[in-house]
Design a protein around this ligand. Sequence first.
Ligand code: G3I
Length: 458
Amino acid sequence: MTRPRTTVIALAAGLLAAAGSFVVLSPADAASTLGSAAAAKGRYFGTAVAAYKLSDSVYSGILNREFTSVTPENEMKWDATEPTQGSFNYSSADTIVNRAITNGQKVRGHALAWHSQQPGWAQNLSGTALRNAMVNHVTQVATHYRGKIDSWDVVNEAFADGGNGARRDSNLQRTGNDWIEVAFRTARAADSTAKLCYNDYNTDGQNAKSNAVYAMVQDFKARGVPIDCVGFQSHFNSASPLPSDYQANLQRFANLGVDVQITELDIEGSGTAQANSYAAVVRACLAVTRCNGITVWGIRDTDSWRASGTPLLFDGSGNPKAAYSATLTALGATTDPSTSPPTSPSTSPSASPSTSPSTPSGSGCTASVSVNAWTGGFVATVKVTAGATRLSGWTVGLTLPSGSAVSNTWSATASGTTGAVSFTNVAYNGAVNPAATTEFGFQGTGTAPSTTPTCTAR
Ligand code: G3I
């Protein structure tokens, strides 16, 4: 089984040594969106997205401006992608995924195998027929999206609530206790680039259910079943509040050697209490090195599956709530959105200004490449970082190994497909503030590049 390979090619190109130069970021330059503030901490900040809402300009404006990751809320589920056995429909999910890639946003795939939202034909299957149908479903969907998914929820909600840590009874469970590991092995065989997650709710603190998931992950790691991450849905309300041991629980899973992700965050309530809970969730994730990022389960309160509980960061009109300000502050942003609400026209989050973890020096730009490679192909994500001077455009040069070729590029325009290739910014991500970053990516066939890229400011 091929494990995902991630290589970071460090480079320093076009970097001018400006001795003694030190840039102090003004508030306007500092991280000022959820996505850019999280990026400055090495994390993503995502949201669930519904395809049918993308034509709503308030919705899509906030989505473009604030979020660096998206999760299709319903469009990748079994009933949506395989409504008739063996006949796949990716249209709504493709709309979300391709739009996200164009905007430089990551995609969390949700969900390959789940007892709920199965198409009627699957609900009526059992035994070997259902097991085979599940394996085919996972194979087809993971293959269709290979190279485009950051993390897959391979199996969703497979454990029962209550005190005994048992598996949830379902048609999938009744095919045999090994159905979960079969789903993970199948997903890895289809897509060696995505992180593979187990995702559940009421596992946010230490309890019988999370202990059972913990034991499963421990067992998978010991036996080499491919699992890379655990998703904690984090749906909170007065009946199920944010647990006091939330951070400790994330950390104990991380200590097993998996990443942890907060995958469906929403917190019912309002005002300061809600804001404080959001801030506490953010602080917990930032305190756990292997916490990759946070996804909220919708944009505006009215978009929520629990709309009456007003559990999200924006009100029904798209205005940021106190919970938004608290989240941004907990992420380390230095601007105060309560005095300057983010009402600017939508821009790509990847082009938004963000602080750099290192002190910016010199003018020009630098670039670094992170590669996910498998036999015969790769996806490269390139981060462009401005020096001490604002960029108005950039070009990154890379040399591909002999036999390799660029097959698809997003958030940049490629020149050439083999040998020495260059990538130039597109309209929305050419302007990069001092020390800020933007990203683009490309997919290729053959062997991934291993040479140092150059970056030229334009
Ligand atoms: O699209 C149809 C529409 O044509 C029809 O008129 C309408 C009538 O009810 O239903 C629409 O479909 C609904 C769909 O959401 C889209 O809005 C389904 O009935 C409804 O069941 C479905 O609910 C989703 C729910 O999962 C189903 O279990 C929610 O949107 C979605 O937010 C929710 O997400 C889950 C995660 O996948 C797993 N974790 C829990 C989380 C919250 O329940």
